[in-house]
Design a protein around this ligand. Structure first.
Ligand code: PHE
Length: 346
């Protein structure tokens, strides 16, 4: 190989090597290899006097060009390598990393769906504490002292001194109804509120029970509010939630804090009430409790029961979400398995 070929080959080798260099140390090694005292380029230039005269000029010219080329490449590379050593090298041509986007929990989605049935009818959203006074969870709601849910094993009592002993012990609220009391203590009628929130009951976990679940409570109080208003509001809401053809049924029931009281059922969408395999031959599915606010509840908050009327209702969010999504196990909501949660869009 003659000297000119050797210079060409050196240029090719150096270009490839500089292209891959990533650290200042590597760059220094390349400097020594291509420009150092023992480099092939130095040897070629040093051996110029021994070359035949007709080659000398050309080899000298090419050799010096290569030297300049190597020195400028080295200087340029020094800057990029220095910058690269401060921040990790980024290859802008690679596809980006997908950022995992979260979504609302199905229970939150259903809560929002329920609430947005009520807000167009003038209901405001309020919330109350999950740790509640015994007086609000029970007494003010006309729940008698000997009611089983006031027993230690039928309610989660909180083992802390009550900040207001006159309102009794602290409990994890067993329903959202105490927020009715809190609202009426602070506001005068007319009022319309819906109250989403967590409630707690010492139920063992099974496909339809959980020690924690969610309710949406509702309360409307005005000078004249009738059971017809209650029916009208709830029928409309259930049609919005489950479809315009939904059939509803009001079944007499008992709650201490409402009189009269009812449970509301919707007809199974598959058989419309006659019973089929989808509804386990039941025909109707229980959706919520409701009734006209009991006079004793009005008295407890300082309202005159002869001057105002109201209705209240409370529904289980999990129940409704399970019907909407055709789920059969409440525990799925709380296991936080992404394979389950990712199936709920938005
Ligand atoms: N608090 C009742 C429950 O948890 C539901 C309800 C609310 C009933 C309001 C009537 C009126 O079962």
């Amino acid at each position: 190989m003659d000297a000119l070929q050797e210079l060409e080959q050196l240029r090719a080798e150096a270009t490839a090597a500089f292209g891959q260099v990533a650290s200042p140390d590597e760059l220094e090694r390349l400097r020594v290899r291509f420009l150092g005292r023992k480099s092939r380029l130095t040897e070629v230039l040093r051996s110029l006097p021994q070359l035949p005269p007709e080659q000398r000029a050309a080899v000298g010219k090419r050799g010096n060009e290569l030297k300049t080329f190597l020195e400028t490449s080295l200087a340029a590379k020094r800057q990029t390598v220095a910058a690269g050593s401060q921040a990790p090298a980024i290859d802008f041509t690679l596809p980006g990393l997908a950022v995992p986007v979260g979504r609302l929990h199905p229970i939150t989605q259903t809560t929002h769906a329920i609430i947005s049935c009520f807000t167009p009818m003038g209901f405001e959203v309020v919330e109350g504490p999950e740790v509640e006074f015994e007086a609000y969870n029970f007494d003010a709601l006309n729940i008698p002292k000997d009611h089983p849910s006031r027993e230690a094993f039928d309610t989660f009592f909180v083992d802390l001194p009550s900040p207001q002993p006159s309102k009794g012990r602290l409990v994890l609220r067993s329903h959202t109804s105490p927020v009715q009391i809190r609202v009426m203590e602070h506001c005068r009628p007319p009022l319309r509120v819906v109250v989403p929130g967590k409630v707690f009951r010492p139920d063992p976990l099974d496909p339809s029970h959980s020690f924690m679940f969610h309710q949406v409570e509702g309360l409307m109080v005005d000078e004249r509010t009738s059971f017809a208003d209650l029916k009208g509001v709830l029928e409309q809401v259930l049609k919005t939630l489950f479809g315009a053809k939904t059939l509803t049924r009001f079944r007499p029931h008992f709650f201490s804090f409402t009189e009269p009281s009812a449970e509301v059922d919707i007809a199974c969408a598959a058989c419309r009430g006659t019973g089929c395999s989808t509804c386990g031959q039941k025909g109707w599915l229980e959706i919520m409790g409701c009734g006209m606010v009991h006079p004793n509840v009005f008295k407890a908050v300082g309202y005159d029961p002869r001057a105002v009327q109201g209705f209240a209702f409370g529904m289980g969010v999990e129940r409704i979400a399970m019907l909407q999504h055709r789920l059969t196990d409440i525990r799925l909501f709380f296991e936080n398995d992404l394979r389950f949660l990712e199936q709920f869009s938005r």
